[in-house]
Write a protein that binds this ligand. Structure first.
Ligand code: SF4
Ligand code: SF4
Length: 121
């Protein structure tokens, strides 16, 4: 998955020696990922309920990673996600007028329960 390793003065003010040590550690961490030759995607991706989707295309236009596309299913248009490139940002799910998109592990019911708990607490 996309990401960065922060080290040196990007972290906080520190000596040259500490910055160099941290930079070497960051490079070693990055090398581990590169040497493996593949990355494992997080399973928290968006999925579309085709029965509820009306094919309006709002989600497709908003996804910053082009991970959701409109396809034809029979005579209707429906949204379809591309799990391998989905970055789990949730923008599509939060803008769908039909609540047809859900994020694995973060269903609408679960999120509303968190909001209610926050407001009550
Ligand atoms: S925003 Fe919702 S209803 Fe519209 S195409 Fe996307 S999933 Fe379907
Ligand atoms: S969760 Fe984010 S990256 Fe994934 S399909 Fe929706 S908008 Fe795109």
């Amino acid at each position: 998955m996309a990401g960065i390793f922060i080290c040196g003065l990007a972290h906080w003010p520190k000596s040259i020696g500490d910055s160099i040590s941290q930079a070497k550690a960051a490079a070693a961490k990055a090398a581990i990922l590169l040497a493996r030759g593949y990355v494992t995607a997080e399973p928290i991706v968006a999925s579309v309920d085709l029965e509820t989707c009306i094919g309006c295309g709002i989600c497709e236009g908003l996804c910053p990673y082009a991970s959701i596309i409109i396809i034809r299913v029979g005579k209707k248009k429906k949204a379809e996600t591309i799990p391998a490139s989905c970055k789990e940002c949730g923008i599509c799910a939060s803008h769908c007028p039909k609540f047809a998109i859900s994020m694995a592990g973060f269903t609408n019911d679960q999120i509303m329960a968190q909001v209610r708990a926050f407001c009550d607490g």
